[in-house]
Design a protein around this ligand. Structure first.
Ligand code: HEC
Ligand code: HEC
Length: 343
């Protein structure tokens, strides 16, 4: 009889384990918003539905230097939340042991619309992208197996992975999905430009900004079209290769001659904060960028742009317009900042 009772309890205990796990694994759905007039995103949320637990996990990973070999560099070392996740003030990226990379760290926002990543389009999926900085010698200098091993030794991460994905064993797919829960959420769509063009009566444009928008639409939209301010193609905007061994951009991926010195057209949202500019960070401010476009407009009359080159007033107007793309609700979104800002 006693033995039967014991067997009964044993059976109940085993049966209860999955029940308890199920009770804890109940991720809370998280809504992500963007304007209904925007195109459908490229990123497939069905394969990684946004959840609160997933987002918090992704944010913890993004801000944790454990992803680098010597635990000194996190994703946020090069992508700072307060500057649109660009590396403000650094022309080229800085990785472990003070190593200098080859390119300027781009701003991170509206990534779910991007069909390609990196200045040369060498990465085709947002989730896969993270493997790159982790394993680059002059960025985080580690490897995926090494990172997974370190994370699996940390009980708090095992718990977070369980809460987000129902599996406390940390594996490649859930690790990459976890990071993407955060990076896919970085949506900037509430700048004054957005409110103004949506007809919000509280959002006003000065005459200068209105004229800047018109000039922008004439001269810049072929590559930087609204609302995402990039057409995600690779173009040569005629900045001069500036070293003996210049970065040949898209050519490195395709090997096609016509792709030499072509780079991914960057999105221009929050552009006032993401300096310095271009793939090598050569321009310190937007005035220099506009002078560049003015110079090639003159040199390449008709070929570069349909329109006549513009002068000082026009440059000032375009600049005023570009400043309306600053989205303080995105930049000041507390939930995107370092976990220590959450409390
Ligand atoms: C040492 C600096 C550095 C670190 C650390 C770093 N990045 Fe980057 N990131 C860059 C640079 C530089 C590029 C551009 C790379 C290129 O074009 O070759 C980039 C590109 C990207 C892109 C592509 C953006 C686009 O629009 O094409 C994403 C997404 C990204 N990083 C996310 C991350 C994540 C997630 C991490 C952490 C796992 C991370 N980065 C760590 C410097 C860094
Ligand atoms: C033919 C396509 C094309 C046109 C037209 C064009 N751009 Fe660009 N733009 C690019 C490309 C490509 C880059 C990146 C080049 C690089 O890094 O080498 C770029 C970079 C920029 C950057 C730097 C962004 C960053 O994050 O570093 C700004 C600002 C910019 N463009 C503004 C403008 C403005 C303003 C106009 C109109 C006067 C304009 N662009 C017209 C293709 C274009």
């Amino acid at each position: 009889m006693n033995r039967l009772l014991l067997l009964f309890f044993l059976f109940m205990a085993i049966a209860a384990v999955p029940a308890i796990q199920k009770a804890i694994f109940k991720p809370e759905k998280r809504d992500i918003f963007w304007p209904s007039s925007w195109p459908a995103p490229v990123y497939n949320f069905k394969k990684n539905p946004p959840t609160k637990e997933g987002f918090e996990l992704g944010r913890a990973l993004f801000y944790d230097p454990i992803l680098s070999r010597d635990s000194s560099i996190s994703c946020s070392s090069c992508h700072l939340s307060f500057t649109g996740f660009a590396h403000n003030d650094h022309a080229l990226s800085h990785g472990i042991e003070g190593r200098i990379g080859k390119r300027n760290a781009p701003a991170l926002m509206n990534l779910i619309w991007s069909p390609v990543f990196h200045w040369d389009g060498g990465v085709l999926h947002l989730e896969q992208q993270a493997i790159n900085p982790i394993s680059q010698a002059d960025e985080m200098g580690s490897s995926l197996p090494e990172v997974l091993k370190k994370l699996n030794r940390r009980p708090e991460y095992r718990k977070m992975f369980f809460r987000a994905f129902g599996d406390s064993m940390i594996r490649t797919d859930n690790f990459l999905k976890g990071l993407a829960q955060f990076t896919a959420s970085l949506i900037s769509c509430r700048s004054r430009y957005d409110l103004y063009t949506a007809g919000d009566s509280n959002a006003r444009f000065s005459e200068q900004e209105k004229n800047g928008l018109l000039l922008f639409r004439k001269n810049c939209s072929s590559c930087h079209p609204e609302p995402l301010f990039t057409n995600y193609t690779f173009q040569n905007n005629l900045i001069k290769p500036d070293s003996a061994a210049p970065d040949s951009g898209r050519f490195l991926i395709t090997g096609r001659k016509e792709d030499i010195f072509k780079f991914k057209v960057p999105a221009l949202r929050n552009i006032a904060l993401t300096y310095p500019y271009m793939h090598d960070g050569r321009f310190r401010n937007l005035k220099q960028v506009l002078s560049h476009y003015e110079a090639i407009g003159q040199a390449e009359k008709g070929r570069w742009s349909e329109n006549s080159p513009y002068g000082d007033k026009e440059k000032k107007d375009i600049l005023a317009f570009l400043l309306t793309l600053t989205d303080s609700s995105f930049l000041r979104n507390k939930t995107f900042h370092h976990p220590s800002f959450q409390k």
